[in-house]
Design a binder for this molecule. Structure first.
Ligand code: F6P
Length: 304
């Protein structure tokens, strides 16, 4: 997100527009934690994970009173347009501000890759690479000790991290919240693999499917193969961003500013087929997140 913040600030200043940072998300907006930013304010952050502006969940912003307080603060500081970087909670707030008539542009920032209207969200590629690194390391033990490994990755509602990392990491089984699974089939496949000499397996479980720990117990009981579990957790949400994420964040952040300068509020930006796109932020939130079915099918075909 830092790369996106930097792009927004620099693009605005490039066009001689004053730019302010709001700290701690909508909580900071309501409380007026607002500060003018300069070129140097966003120096030395492009390679850092997280966000220099901090982040917070804000239940108050779900209320009309909270939203009105936010708009008052924006007006008080002479702010005429807002770039909101984040996931569905952030977009929901941007949608509310749009409905109140305040010009907002949403920039998709979440490791879950579950914002409609864009092929990729900022942070997804970095999280994916963290997961791949972990899978590769775990695979060494899995191979040496001839064990089955269950690796639980993030994704409360979306299976993208599990699907992409499972495909890239050569997992035997990938479980995602968008698809049902058949335990008997998983066990049968593990046993078949074992009979033909395959002594280790990697199973990726998205957290939205259920607990990786419970799943590992069930697998061990049903197969009698020694099974271990690794829950990767919040390491997936940090670390220096990949080049691809930095470029994506820079492009999307700058594009959001361009739209506001053209007087186009109520939009959210994205990248589709490597082209910058923008959609109506109110309509986009009604669209369900879907996984790439071709990729899901491929993951099954390659792990027979
Ligand atoms: O950023 C999205 C996400 O990673 C989800 O996949 C996950 O369920 C959630 O955040 C966990 O966040 P927290 O522990 O901060 O509530």
């Amino acid at each position: 997100m830092n790369a996106a913040v930097r792009a927004v600030v620099r693009k605005a200043i490039f066009h001689n527009v004053e730019i302010y940072g709001i700290y701690h998300g909508y909580t900071g907006l309501i409380e007026g934690q607002i500060e003018k930013l300069e070129l140097g304010s966003v120096g030395d952050i492009i390679h850092r994970g997280g966000t220099k502006l901090y982040s917070a969940r804000c239940p108050e912003f779900k209320t009309i009173e909270g939203q009105k307080k936010g708009i008052e603060q924006l007006k008080k500081h002479g702010i005429e347009g807002l770039v909101v970087i984040g996931g569905d909670g952030s977009y929901m707030g941007a949608k509310k501000l749009t409905e109140h008539g305040f010009p907002c542009v949403g920039v998709p920032g979440t490791i879950d890759n579950d914002i409609p209207g864009t092929d990729f969200t900022i942070g997804f590629d970095t999280a994916l690479n963290t997961v791949i690194d972990a899978i590769d390391k775990i695979r060494d033990t899995a191979t040496s000790h001839e064990r089955t490994y269950v690796i639980e990755v993030m994704g409360r509602h979306a299976g993208d991290i599990a699907l992409w990392s499972g495909l890239a990491g050569g997992a035997e089984t990938i479980l995602i919240p968008e698809e049902n699974y058949d335990m008997d089939d998983i066990v049968a496949r593990l046993k078949r693999g074992n009979e033909r000499g395959k002594k280790h397996s990697i199973i990726i479980v998205a957290e939205g499917v259920g607990s990786g720990v419970d799943f590992a117990k069930q697998i061990e009981e049903a197969t009698t193969f020694e099974t271990r579990v690794s829950v990767l957790g919040h390491v997936q949400r940090g670390g220096s961003p990949t080049a691809s994420d930095r470029v994506l964040a820079s492009r999307l952040g700058a594009f959001a500013v361009e739209l506001l300068l053209e007087g186009k509020g109520g939009r959210c930006v994205g990248i589709q087929k490597n082209e910058l796109v923008h959609h109506d932020i109110i309509e986009i939130l009604d669209q369900p997140h879907t996984i790439d079915n071709d990729m899901y099918r491929l993951s099954k075909e390659l792990s027979i």
